[in-house]
Design a protein around this ligand. Sequence first.
Ligand code: MCA
Ligand code: AMP
Length: 498
Amino acid sequence: MLEVFKQAQKYAGRTAIRKDGSGHNYSTLLNSSRDLARILLSGSVDLHQARIAFMVHPGFDYVRSLWAIWLAGGVAVPLCLTHPLPSLQYVIEDTGAAILLVSEDLSAILREYAESNQLTLIVLEHAHAVSDDGLDLPDVDPSRNALILYTSGTTNKPKGVVTTHLNIEAQISTLIKFWEWSEHDHILCVLPLHHVHGIINVVCCSLWAGATCSFIDHFSSEATFRSFGEGQINIFMAVPTIYFKLVAHYETLSAEQRSTLSHIMRSFRLMVSGSAALPVSVMEKWGEISGHVLLERYGMTELGMAISNPYHGERRPGYVGVPLPTVEVKLVDENHREVALGSPGEILVKGPNVFKEYWGKPDATKESFTIDGWFKTGDVAVVENGYYRIMGRNSVDIIKSGGYKISALEIEEVLRAHEWIGECAVVGLEDEEWGELVAAALVLSKGGADQFNVDGMNDWLLQRIAGYKRPRKFIILSELPRNAMGKVMKNEVKKCFL
Ligand code: MCA
Ligand code: AMP
């Protein structure tokens, strides 16, 4: 039996999940996951690593879907709940998922597509258990693939990051020890569940520890503070943009509300920030209102978590801390030679947490590792007084906005398909709230010059890309700044927005 289920069995009677005032214990969660696994198997003995895409609201249904896929021997492919059809289609087709598992109210977007492509669409609310069919669930070897998550990179289309059960077990068990998770913990999940931060750090870690995971459907400052106000939550994890928004909302509350909230937050055990650089100003303001020194850590879809400030000991503002136990980290120059202590270098990582491959992309997989097996993160860091400080990335084409990784090239490719646009360059502009804001410099086509308008552009984009990828600023130029070789100089493009 996979370790995750052995863990869950230990805590049978404890509350695993809470949402909207009701709870489910581990035993109910496991039984319901087994029932759903049998539905997925539909009479066969093992899904044999078939990819199952699922688009399910956070909470009990999400977790039982994930667990059912694993119990049936499948590979889980979580879909983003807010992606437009072309983005969903890309993931479904890239993974070759033939079964789609969906919450009823999310099914409309996929129904017609599933029918015309002979995909099986299972609506969770209509899927009825066949638990007495006598069928055993397969014994899944932990070296098998478990999860495919899509991440943007320096190529125009996102790549599917494949992690095995062993990778995931390594990622989880390291965090359980380092951050001292226990069954007495209670975390609030406000993050989207198609990325590592929400899936692994929040949901899988809490359920591995026998803790309780509370859910809200979608982040809002009001709902988050309301949930804190109930006095049960003692762990919180979020991206810096969320802390920024919470601070801003706190400042609008009455003195009495602020004092109650601050009092409650002081009794939390742990508050973590990650997925993007935490501005020191946000860390300080959060410290004032919550009494907590945020624990900042560094991770990546391909790695889970790699570097973390200590749970005990100094959490240094502006730094991500030290490599986690079992994770090897080194900083190298462009020839992959280790740099001298105190010099900046690219972060390379090795360890049982590191992903297996990019799905269906052997060349990209090979290129992302050195010949001696270190994963090349593309992030540049320096070690100062024993702590790592992230200095940036070695590609201007990767943007981090609201904690989401966004490929400038992907957005450019979409923009270029619009008849108004001749040429374009997408960049990330520094922003305290969002980390970076997506911005597009456009050279309009002949016809586009008369017709371009931002609302029309936005409507068109939202049918093709996720909302968080949409450029928030446009600038019209007569030509893009290029170097002597004709290459667009993105740093010069950024200056055009100043
Ligand atoms: C939304 N808005 C934006 C952006 N996104 N404006 C500028 N830039 C953006 N990126 C605007 C919307 O247009 C809208 O404006 C308003 O904000 C609210 O939109 P909504 O979609 O409701 O946004 P939100 O819910 O407030 O979103 C903010 C968020 C979200 C909660 C911070 O971005 C989020 O969940 N981020 C987390 C992503 C994540 O989990 N990353 C982890 C990747 P208007 O009202 O004017 O229309 S994993 C990873 O990175 C590694 C492994 C790691 O280390 O963790
Ligand atoms: P993703 O592909 O969405 O998993 O994003 C991973 C990237 O997020 C890393 O390669 C870093 O560039 C960035 N990142 C994660 N945590 C931090 C952090 N604490 N500080 C700065 N950047 C971070």
